[in-house]
Design a protein around this ligand. Sequence first.
Ligand SMILES: C[S@@+](CC[C@H](N)C(=O)[O-])C[C@H]1O[C@@H](n2cnc3c(N)ncnc32)[C@H](O)[C@@H]1O
Length: 337
Amino acid sequence: MATYVQTVDIGHFATADEREALTREALTREVRRGLITRPRSLSPWMFYDAEGSRLFERITALPEYYPTRTERAILAGYADAIIAAAHGDRSSPLRLVELGAGTASKTCILLEAASRISDDVAYVPVDVCPDALELACQNVACALPEVRIRPIVRNYVTHPLQLEPFDGTTLALYIGTSIGNFSPEEARLILRNLGTQLRIGDALLLGTDMVKDEPTLLAAYDDREGITAAFNLNILDRLNRELGADFDPACFRHRALWNSVESRIEMHLESVQEQGISIEHADLDLHFTQGETIHTENSYKFTDRSIRTLLRDVGFEIRGAWKDCRGWYTLTLARVG
Ligand SMILES: C[S@@+](CC[C@H](N)C(=O)[O-])C[C@H]1O[C@@H](n2cnc3c(N)ncnc32)[C@H](O)[C@@H]1O
């Protein structure tokens, strides 16, 4: 099987060694930023090493985790309409650029629709996790051999995206409710950075999870099988492996809560006892009291109004929106004005 991620020009993260060094540097910076100050926090991109991506894939198949299957159903129903709204000039080439592509498990639905109306389709999956990206490339190459694939291993938070010029229409995909991991200010910054890489007439497809009843939301982030807990705790294993930390994951527990004021699910790791932790490569010695937490993830939930406000603030014009029948999830297509 072809190995995509190591054989293409991946810009900033040119080789596996360079990637490793940059990742370790970013992890070190992040633990110094997030674990010294209180309340303690870590950035959600840190979840996604090979094991974290594997666990995320398992989450997407859980009965409680409705976002993936809901988004997939919307794509299955409306992919042709979405592509038509994004790509007015059918004679020109079409490029789909996906931020946080993961394994691209749903993207083939859109790429198939794109291939139905254009015989020149390129796909640029962008992800911080090379293992997930490799699978994404294999999935797409297998299903759609005619699509040109140009993967980019990159952390779009620490290293904003820089796209090659493209003679055609670009449709940026930011699906999988990834925008929800960021505060409104951070989300605006990410979308503005993305906007600088797009031209007038290019488009963005944004996937957002909507506000709904609290039990449904909480169950999606605290499943009965404990896969989300394992995903959350894996961040500690990652720090042990990559930064020489000595966390005992058994001494922390997964907590999920709904913050109605901020309209977000929060995930935390709670220290079950008083304990000392050292992180060798970051030169850190930390002390945790019993019950002290590390805030590891936010997942903001949207309303039609908050989607409109976000996109208007960053200069995109909404051209269409598609929902499931319960209104649990929205895919919004917006054009660069
Ligand atoms: C919630 S998953 C969504 C995956 C996929 N888009 C989906 O819909 O199932 C988030 C993905 O974004 C990637 N990711 C998270 N933060 C990132 C960052 N700062 N830069 C690049 N990729 C990131 C993760 O590795 C992961 O594959």
